[in-house]
Design a protein around this ligand. Sequence first.
Ligand code: NDP
Ligand code: A1CAB
Length: 267
Amino acid sequence: MKKITIIGSGNIGLSLAKGLVNKNYCKPDDITLTRRNLKLMTDEVAAGFNVSDNNIVAIYNADIVVLAVLPQQLKKVLEEIASSINPEKQLVISVVSGVTCEDVRKELGNNVQVIRAMPNTAIAIGQSMTCIASDNAVDKNIKEVTILFETVGAVITINEDLMTAATALCACGIAFFLRSIRAASQGGVEIGFHAHDALKMAVQTAKGAADLLLLTQSHPEGEIDKVTSPKGCTIAGLNEMEHNGFSSAFIKGIKLSAKKAAGLYND
Ligand SMILES: NC(=O)C1=CN([C@@H]2O[C@H](COP(=O)(O)OP(=O)(O)OC[C@H]3O[C@@H](n4cnc5c(N)ncnc54)[C@H](OP(=O)(O)O)[C@@H]3O)[C@@H](O)[C@H]2O)C=CC1
Ligand SMILES: O=C(O)[C@@H]1CCC=N1
């Protein structure tokens, strides 16, 4: 089994580690997690992961090195590990937003194979939408990374210049859908349900909507047409939402996130 070192064990680094173990891609002992504040890793130690606050030592035996620190923290990490990476044996995966494969190679060396991956936090339960891209990785490595991320969700390979768009739509996107579920539950409370019931009803309704599209490959508007009875209450609510800018707000939010994602490295 390949050894994986994840540099930066925050929200997405940990979600990835947990997802890979939950889906039996590897055992906790195959994964080394790093962060500076090791005191916050007691749960991960108890779960059997290797932990370290020394990135150089942590990557020594790794086949795959995953970069999962904030964009603003990356340069320091790359400078630190540059002379310890072995381009012949080690593959680098970066999930860092707004940082190109070339940016990573500028610090690590031109012969290092770098693949960018953009997952979302549903990776912890094997339900990520992950986009991957590379400008220099060989097919064998792309395939290996595809298989890794397919064990924890769906994967699409895209051109690298679409990576910030993928960040907005999928990685940030999960927050947008979560907020819409929260908003639906708040509406539910106002029309008479207790909060926990309203949330459960909103969550299952959202899941049903997503599964309808996934399982039948139908178009959202086709499914909406089936709900909106003439002169009915659905079209009344839907049109009220649109008059208040629902679709427009969503689209504008995604566009702003994509713009912001592109500039994070030098922020
Ligand atoms: N959150 C998300 O949903 C997604 C995030 N991303 C990208 O993933 C990256 C991480 O995001 P996120 O997990 O949210 O951020 P977090 O702040 O939650 O995690 C970053 C982690 O990096 C650690 N860290 C910082 N500096 C170092 C260092 N020098 N060596 C080792 N570890 C270090 C921090 O711990 P400590 O301070 O203890 O060192 C922290 O645990 C970002 O680039 C983000 O753009 C991509 C897709 C989705
Ligand atoms: O908000 C962020 O910047 C990160 C990148 C994608 C999801 N979270």
